[in-house]
Design a binder for this molecule. Structure first.
Ligand SMILES: Cc1cc2nc3c(=O)[nH]c(=O)nc-3n(C[C@H](O)[C@H](O)[C@H](O)COP(=O)(O)OP(=O)(O)OC[C@H]3O[C@@H](n4cnc5c(N)ncnc54)[C@H](O)[C@@H]3O)c2cc1C
Ligand SMILES: Cc1c2[nH]c(c1CCC(=O)O)Cc1[nH]c(c(CCC(=O)O)c1C)Cc1[nH]c(c(CCC(=O)O)c1C)Cc1[nH]c(c(C)c1CCC(=O)O)C2
Length: 489
């Protein structure tokens, strides 16, 4: 495959966590293989990191995008240690582990034993004020309803309403899962989001029984917790004590010697047939940039969102798999207060709001309680979320109207009327990919076509095999090995 005897040239499209990880591990692959690589990262934004966006201000560490990751998913922990920043990891405040759900305007603690909305302990579930007796009884039918014999994918919503009934789905599962995908459960693929649910039904004849059997298996602490700093051990969620941007800073340093084009978009992609392009610069692919530059490439990793990736690949391949991934727009409103002006000592990480409550916010994180490093000790930091599938117009309300709506909800649930010290609004348009039913097969087909028709080109990132930061990192790392294998031939 190599057309230039000395150098392997790679273009990474997208400077979010998937692309940066890919560039980092491409560099490592080159070292391992004893080869020399020239790597260029391209991104239309002037700012590195894609969705990751940490603001450090007045002693606060404010996450405007993702705020943490699941400790049991190790690729991000491996990357942290590969980057030499493992000692910066930190866990949630052990005194703020509870999560609440709003029901009829009031906060109810999530019953202990819920795993992703599935009850695994019967007593707390039986006692919760979140559900009616009918709703609880309907959920218990899961123990006796036969497992579906149908093969193939279905929606998360159809599965959950089949197994535990509409009330558990609407009052618990939907808000909880909206706190991951901001999605409509009736459209999200079960296989691409929670394949373990279907597996529980298949193997144990019941979602609840299966979830109980799996509880503790790989769900809590990460493998080899001993390598984590003490303050990170035993926590389900982790982050860095100076924010997720720590990872971007370490990656920037590790990628010194690589090239980048920030503020510049990849606009097209040319595949050169052998013999078609000549000269010392000739390469199997050319990536055309919005500034008119052409980057010759032996290997390309595309990590742009599916709709942007589709524009690039459309002239070469069928891209319906990419076009069928919808994206939901969300926003978050972060407010800082003087602790003295609030007068509540919150004992949880935050609360979720079911759609049926008719509020603007979908969730609220009591950030200063969940993450002790995030705020000075005499301050309170709240992060409120708006926008979910079917309710996205709210994201584009003008700043004043958005803040007013959020403050109305905070007043009605928490009684907070204090004036914020400052407010930070972040809008993330088309930011949450919604994996449609059949997503995994469609992705596999697309990748098989890429392998066959465009060796050396790969596609990875949040649109494909998991939206979580660790999943993006795993995909970026895999992409580096796959693309390098193809380039080395
Ligand atoms: C509000 C929000 C909260 C979240 N919270 C969490 C959380 O707490 N924990 C967690 O694990 N995950 C969370 N996620 C998910 C996670 O943040 C994302 O899935 C992940 O950051 C995506 O990384 P990525 O590199 O795949 O994509 P992105 O970060 O979107 O990067 C893709 C990049 O491609 C660039 N691009 C687009 N078109 C082109 C082009 N033509 N040429 C070149 N570049 C292009 C874009 O500018 C962008 O920078 C959250 C997501 C959102 C939106
Ligand atoms: C309770 C709650 C959740 N999520 C949230 C709360 C609010 C209160 C609080 O902070 O405690 C906040 C949140 N987190 C996320 C959203 C959606 C996007 C947005 O609007 O910003 C929202 C609204 C993304 C996410 N939240 C999470 C991810 C990562 C998912 C992954 O790694 O697969 C994302 C993109 C993690 C998360 N988030 C939640 C669970 C149960 C999980 C773990 C899922 C699992 O065990 O697999 C629920």
């Amino acid at each position: 495959m190599r057309s230039n005897g000395k150098l392997d040239r790679f273009v990474v499209i997208g400077g979010g966590i998937s692309g940066l990880t890919s560039a980092f591990y491409l560099k490592k692959e080159a070292e391992l293989r004893g080869r020399e690589a020239h790597i260029t990262v391209v991104d239309p934004s002037e700012r590195i990191g894609g969705k990751i966006n940490t603001l450090r201000k007045e002693g606060f560490v404010i996450e405007k995008g993702p705020d943490s990751f699941l400790a049991r998913k190790t690729p991000i922990i491996d990357l942290a240690f590969d980057l030499g920043i493992g000692n910066e990891l930190t866990g949630t405040n052990p005194a703020a582990k509870k999560t609440y759900i709003v029901h009829r305007g009031k906060l109810h603690p999530m019953p202990p034993g819920l795993v992703l909305g599935v009850p695994t302990e019967i007593m707390p579930f039986a006692k919760t004020g979140l559900l009616s007796w009918g709703g609880k009884a309907r959920a218990m039918l899961d123990f006796v309803l036969p497992a579906s014999k149908a093969e193939g994918d279905e929606s998360l919503g159809s599965f959950l309403s089949r197994r535990v009934g509409p009330e558990v789905m609407e009052r618990i599962a939907e808000p909880l899962l909206a706190g991951i995908y901001a999605g409509d459960l009736n459209k999200l693929s079960l296989q691409a989001t929670f394949p373990q649910f279907r597996e529980a039904e298949r193997r144990h004849g019941s979602l609840i029984r299966g979830t109980r059997a799996n509880r503790g298996k790989g769900t809590a602490a990460p493998a080899a917790p001993g390598r984590l700093p003490k303050r990170a051990q035993g926590s389900m969620f982790l982050t860095f004590q100076n924010g997720l941007a720590t990872m971007l800073e370490a990656l920037t340093e590790a990628l010194a010697g690589c090239d980048s084009r920030f503020g510049c978009k990849a606009v097209a992609f040319r595949k050169n047939e052998p013999g078609e392009a000549d000269g010392p610069e000739a390469a199997p692919y050319d990536v055309l940039l919005s500034n008119g530059e052409i980057l010759p490439a032996d290997g390309v990793v595309i990590t742009a969102p599916a709709f942007d990736a589709a524009d690039l690949l459309e002239p070469h391949l069928p891209v319906d798999a990419l076009r069928s991934i919808d994206y939901v727009s969300v926003a978050n409103v972060v407010m800082a207060f003087d602790k003295a002006a609030i007068g509540i000592d919150f004992d949880g990480s935050g609360f979720l709001v079911p759609r049926s409550e008719g509020m603007t916010i979908t969730a609220c994180t009591w950030t200063s309680a969940k993450w002790l490093h995030s705020s000075p000790s005499d301050k309170v930091l709240l992060r409120c979320y708006v926008g979910r599938a079917g309710d996205e117009e709210v994201v584009d309300l003008p700043d004043g109207a958005l803040t007013d709506a959020v403050r109305r909800d905070i007043k009605s649930v928490l009684g907070i009327t204090a004036e914020p010290l400052f407010t930070e609004i972040t809008r993330l348009h088309r930011s949450m990919p919604q994996y449609p039913v059949g997503h995994l097969e469609a992705t596999a087909r697309l990748r098989a076509q890429l392998r066959a028709e465009m060796p050396g080109v790969w596609i990875a990132g949040a649109a494909f095999e998991g939206v979580g930061l660790p999943d993006c990192i795993r995909q970026g790392k895999d992409a580096a090995a796959i693309v390098y294998d193809a380039v080395e031939g």
